[in-house]
Design a protein around this ligand. Structure first.
Ligand SMILES: Cc1ncc(COP(=O)(O)O)c(C=O)c1O
Length: 420
């Protein structure tokens, strides 16, 4: 029998919309939707033409991804009004863009500002994924990169040329924990007409805010410190709104946008970032000092130790609290003995887990020469400043004495066996 009612399938698909509360929710809503609906094609066209603000399709923009991007911009010191609160409002973030991963963010920056014939200056010990992208992907599109020791400013000055579009730095390099002198690098980049782009994954806002030190753009892999719990991945770029607008256009074209489910976890991570970072830095400092005293250890690299070549720059650029200068959670430990001893060391740890993704709540460890740098021979390791036996720790939120005791027990056993 005919009825005025639509059929059950139509009614099922066209359920009443969820209420839109007038009150601001304390938690961030998750907009798990691929698309948004319009009342007319004219309304849709006005949005696409930039005449109105709103959302059409989640690859293009998603409110939860935007909520994460805005939050990072605020912590990086952008989008703040005179009260120090976020003034960018509920709309599209102009000071940051969120991505599906750190590499999606990094590659989008290069796709935005380089092209055939352009030149990039990057650190010799740059993160492996960035190295691979510049060496094997961007190079095929005519982008040339010089990899130099970024702590040697004369090398950087000698490398820039009229075609240089980006001087690329890592605030704290992985795994050498070299500290980039951002104001000096900004000077060199800007004199050459280039941008200073800074990967600050290992020195998040509670340690350093590169935009305050002359960087044009700062970016992060959000899987480590920012998310904090190894439960989500993502990337983010923050900086000058004119540059961010150009990056957004490229993100929309190449995809790699952050999913709402990941964004909600990453935004939640930001709320506890300073608390976690302070504790991790304080524990890492204790850990580095304790390990440096162990007889089985040949070297400890940590910018909080006075002998480290980045010590002075870290004191100048990094935040400090009652616990001292915050130098991050990454501590590189080189035991006596050969490559095999480094490998064995990681196998004897009980609390530190062999894993990637530095900066999170769990203490993680990796023997560099047999994992991330396994394709490097001895000469290549030496050129990158990595000892074959070096082990990289990322200090988490466990009790410091437990992490130290764990490492000491492992080293003691190697020493008793005459290995270290
Ligand atoms: C310094 C640094 N930059 C970039 C990345 C890449 O980020 P993602 O794995 O999120 O793509 C990482 C990953 O660990 C990293 O440590």
């Amino acid at each position: 029998m005919a009825s005025d009612q639509p059929g059950e399938n139509t009614r099922a698909v066209h359920l009443p919309p969820a209420p839109v509360p007038a009150q601001q929710p304390l938690g961030t809503p998750v907009y798990r939707t691929a698309a948004f609906a319009f009342s007319s094609s004219a309304e849709y066209a006005a949005l696409l033409n930039g005449e109105t603000e709103g959302y059409s399709y989640s690859r293009i923009d998603n409110p939860t991804a935007d909520a994460f991007a805005i939050a990072v911009a605020a912590l990086e010191g952008h989008g703040l009004d005179s009260t120090g609160l976020d003034s960018t409002g509920p709309h599209r973030p102009t000071a940051a863009q969120a991505f599906a991963s750190g590499m999606a963010a990094i590659s989008a920056v290069f796709w935005t500002f380089t092209g055939a014939g352009s030149h990039v200056v990057a650190p010799a010990a740059v993160y492996g994924g960035t190295y691979g992208f510049l060496r094997h992907v961007a190079a095929r599109f005519g982008v040339q990169t010089d990899f130099v020791d970024l702590t040697d400013l004369d090398q950087v000055r000698a490398a820039v040329r009229p075609q240089t579009r980006i001087v690329y730095a890592e605030t704290l390099a992985n795994p050498t924990v070299a500290v980039a002198d951002l104001p000096a690098l900004a000077g060199i980049a800007h004199d050459a007409g280039a941008l200073l782009v800074v990967d600050s994954t290992l020195a998040p806002p509670a340690i350093c805010r590169p935009l305050e030190h002359g960087a044009d753009l700062v970016l992060h892999s959000a899987a480590g410190y920012i998310g904090g719990h190894c439960a989500a991945g993502g990337g983010v770029v923050a900086g000058r709104p004119d540059l961010i607008g150009m990056i957004r256009d490229v993100r929309v074209d190449i995809g790699g946008s952050l999913a709402a489910d990941q964004a909600i976890l990453l935004r939640g991570g930001l709320e506890t970032l300073p608390v976690r970072v302070r504790r991790q830095c304080a524990t890492a400092m204790l850990f580095a000092a304790a390990l440096a005293r162990h007889p089985a250890v040949r070297a400890v690299e940590y910018p909080g130790l006075a002998h480290h070549r980045g010590y002075e720059v870290a004191r100048r650029l990094f935040d400090a609290g009652p616990e001292g200068t915050r130098c991050g959670a990454i501590v590189t430990v080189t035991p006596h003995g050969g490559r095999e001893v480094g490998h064995a060391f990681t196998g004897r740890l009980r609390i530190a887990q062999v894993a990637e993704s530095p900066g999170g709540a769990h203490t993680t460890v990796s023997h560099l020469a047999s994992t991330a740098y396994r394709e490097f021979d001895e000469a290549a390791l030496a050129a990158a400043g990595i000892d074959p036996e070096a082990v990289r720790f990322s200090i988490g939120l466990e009790d410091g004495e437990d992490i130290i005791a764990d490492a000491h027990l492992a080293l003691d056993s190697l020493r008793q066996e005459g290995k270290a």
